[in-house]
Design a protein around this ligand. Structure first.
Ligand code: NAP
Length: 228
């Protein structure tokens, strides 16, 4: 049985990823910062709930300790939790956005590494964004060119770079980043754009179910390699 932890899985793309991986037979831990929302989501899907706030070291340590105690290892980590932080461009907002979208990946991945090393096929998926691609945001033919979201974009560039660095540092663990596709979730509600989360979750599932010989250190969307 594949043991999978998904951060920020109480709704949106993370929730639909959990649903699809459960259908594939994974044991799925729904990480959520709010116990009520997390428990409700886990009960709806038949998943397990683990309290997990990616901005809180103690919470992350406790979450991975709970998975360790129950399973003794982790096969798949999906770093999905994220915020847009479009309300302001200032120091406090920048700290919050980077803390969640980039530092959160470091916290959770570092805590997960000992458990991942006990897996026969360890895999980390970082849900990044094409807004973190220098190529996309400087290309007038791309929609990202006209979307000024400096804090979000910079934090996702960091998330993608962390993916590459973790892949290089841990050759025995597959670490890949993706742009899931523009999705109608609470994050994008103000823009009124996007497709159902279940469709984007398929891209996360693709990377979460790579075989032992699968690629590492990549950035992709559903069409293939996404330029940095
Ligand atoms: P969403 O519906 O707003 O879901 C975000 C999830 O992250 C929620 O479960 C939220 O929990 C959780 N979260 C936020 N801060 C957290 C924290 N400190 N600790 C733990 N969980 C936290 O948005 P989504 O669209 O599904 O986003 C999922 C991922 O996809 C994000 O990384 C996002 O950047 C990325 N993405 C989305 C799109 C898109 O078009 N939607 C495009 C590219 C990339 P609460 O319910 O407690 O807030």
């Amino acid at each position: 049985m594949t043991v999978t932890l998904i951060t920020g899985a109480n709704k949106g793309i993370g929730f639909e990823t959990a649903r699809q991986l459960l259908e594939l037979g994974h044991t799925v831990y729904i990480g959520a910062r709010d116990a009520e929302r997390g428990e409700k989501a886990a009960a709806e899907l038949g998943a397990r709930f683990v309290p997990l706030d990616v901005t809180d070291d103690a919470s992350v340590t406790a979450a991975l300790a709970a998975v360790d105690a129950a399973e003794g290892r982790l096969d798949v980590l999906v770093n999905n939790a994220g915020i847009l932080g479009a309300e302001a461009v200032d120091g406090p907002t920048a700290l919050r956005v980077f803390d969640t979208n980039a530092v959160g990946i470091v916290r959770v991945t570092e805590a997960a590494l000992p458990l991942l090393r006990r897996s026969a096929n360890p895999t980390v998926v970082n849900v990044s964004s094409s807004l973190g691609s220098f190529w996309a945001v400087t290309n007038p033919d791309r929609p990202e060119f006209g979307l000024p979201l400096p804090l979000y974009a910079a934090s996702k560039a960091a998330a993608t770079m962390l993916t590459v660095q973790y892949a290089k540092a841990h050759p025995g663990i597959k670490v890949n980043a993706l742009e899931p596709g523009t999705t109608a979730t609470d994050m994008t509600a103000a823009f009124g754009v996007g497709r159902p989360a279940a469709e984007s979750a398929r891209n996360v599932v693709r990377l979460a179910t790579l075989g032992p010989d699968g690629p590492t250190g990549t950035l992709t969307d559903e069409f293939g390699t996404l330029r940095w």
